[in-house]
Design a protein around this ligand. Structure first.
Ligand code: CTP
Length: 449
């Protein structure tokens, strides 16, 4: 029996794929098709895939040529699979001619003729009417957005708006065919979706206006500082059939997501403790919004949603108690430590704009622990450590650019697929983060140090 294996993304399954699978099957008796996982595609920079892995697997199965479908999830897997499945022939389209010769050491490599004139890339281009995006608030944070949006398919930044028009002009000048709007109403008239990167306290109003104008919203974190406001806005978005998403870049990072899935699958046993820290010392404190109590400056509002993310993702929103301890200076917290008690776990986080601390993430379980060094909020590497050090494992990933591309991709995918919520940051999790901010504002269970 001759066993063949082939690999691909198989997005928007087309005749080229079907011909390839047929030719591969004709090489022998048993065909295994490796379909790339969503996270593997993202980690290798393929951010424009339209169908998710389940849809792609189903489409490959429906061709009737595959005897078995497997998922390709990591670099180097092909060699493992060839050995594991006892493969006689590795087949792939001729567009890869020469690229897989290194596998000849393990099996016979065959390049099959590619069907001319069709590809997933072509189909994506044909069915895409770009989502027109407008940027509201053109300060430091928003300046990173255009370059990141550039590598994601399916959107086009067409307009910008800022109360300070000169700031908006600066961003507009970096984008082809975009215009600077004189009013936010003018921007609403030109776009399908908005990215809001204004100071925290203006988020609520801009989000509400945008939703009522029928626009999808991606809003910088912290989205709002009150739980009820977050609930109200998510409900309003759903009522108006638009997507509202909090732009927490860590939540969309491929490595961070993989870590969360692994922990949930029990690789370190039951989680009993999580410690997450993040500090960012600023020199010129006085002039920055981050230090202005009138603009919700301070460490917790500014940085808190990042360390809260792994805690809430893994332990949920039902903590029994939260205590907050802060060093306050000139009306804002230079440093805050929070301790959350869950029924069977205790978690803590530290954030500092005026205090420097080791910024790592440690998740401790009954069988081992996960260690993610700083900057864990841009995870590209983590370790799973055990009592028996021989079992320790290190995981390496790619983190591209400023990392906003992953959240932008998910935002566009939610819009195109009409998904109101992303599994990477649930709406209830955004609400929970806003409730933590609110508790801090109300100085509840709070102590100054
Ligand atoms: N393939 C083919 N003929 C085509 C397109 C793809 O034979 N016209 C083959 C590829 O060579 C590969 C398999 O189909 O062996 C899966 O390719 P995949 O990368 O998923 O498809 P593409 O259409 O090439 O996707 P993209 O445009 O995203 O690169």
């Amino acid at each position: 029996m001759t066993r063949i294996i082939t690999y691909g993304t198989y997005d928007l399954l087309h005749q080229g794929h079907i011909n390839l699978l047929r030719r591969a099957k004709e090489l022998g008796d048993y065909l295994i098709v490796g379909v790339t996982s969503d996270s593997f595609d993202r980690s290798r920079g393929k951010l424009n895939v339209r169908n998710n892995v389940l849809e792609r697997v189903e489409a490959v199965k429906a061709t009737g040529y595959a005897d078995e479908v497997i998922i390709e999830d990591y670099v180097g897997q092909k060699i493992d699979d060839i050995q594991k499945y006892n493969i006689d022939i590795f087949a792939i389209g001729s567009d890869w001619e020469g690229k897989f010769d290194y596998l000849n050491e393990f099996t016979k490599v065959v390049y099959l003729p590619r069907t001319e004139g069709i590809s997933s890339t072509m189909l994506r281009a044909e069915i895409t009417t770009d989502v027109r995006v407008g940027i509201i608030g053109c300060g430091r944070v928003a300046k990173r957005f255009p370059a990141e949006a550039d590598v994601v398919n399916g959107l086009k930044i067409v307009a910008t708006y800022d109360v300070n028009q000169a700031e908006a002009e600066k961003i507009t000048s970096t984008i082809e065919d975009a215009k600077t709007c004189k009013s936010v109403e003018e921007l609403y008239g030109a776009v399908d979706a908005v990215y809001i990167a204004t100071p925290h306290l203006s988020h609520y109003q801009y989000i509400k206006e945008s939703i009522l104008a029928g626009k999808h919203v991606l809003c910088e974190t912290p989205m709002v500082l009150k739980g009820e406001e977050a609930k109200e806005l998510f409900a309003l978005a759903e009522e108006n059939s638009v997507i509202l998403m909090e732009a927490n870049k860590t939540a969309h990072c491929p490595a961070f997501n993989h870590l969360m899935v692994m922990i949930k699958s029990g690789v370190i046993g039951d989680v009993v403790d999580i410690e997450a820290s993040l500090s960012k010392l600023w020199n010129d404190q006085k002039s920055l919004r981050e230090f202005d109590p009138g603009q919700a400056g301070g460490s917790l509002y500014e940085l808190g949603s990042y360390p809260l993310l792994p805690i809430i993702r893994l332990m949920g929103c039902q903590y029994e108690n939260l205590n907050l301890y802060s060093r306050i200076k000139d009306g804002v917290d230079m440093y805050t430590k929070g301790v959350l008690r869950y029924p069977h776990a205790v978690c803590s986080f530290k954030v500092g704009l005026g205090v420097k601390t080791e910024g790592n993430l440690v998740i401790s379980g009954t069988k081992g622990y996960a260690y993610v060094p700083a900057p864990w909020w841009k995870t590209d590497y983590f370790e799973l450590r055990y009592e028996d050090q021989n079992k320790n494992q290190k995981y390496f990933y790619k983190w591209d650019g400023a990392g906003l591309r992953y959240e932008i991709q998910e935002f566009i995918s939610c819009i195109l697929n009409k998904r109101f919520s992303t599994s990477r940051l649930r709406r209830r999790e955004s609400v929970c983060m806003a409730e933590v901010m609110e508790q801090f504002t109300n100085r509840k269970n709070f102590m100054e140090i």
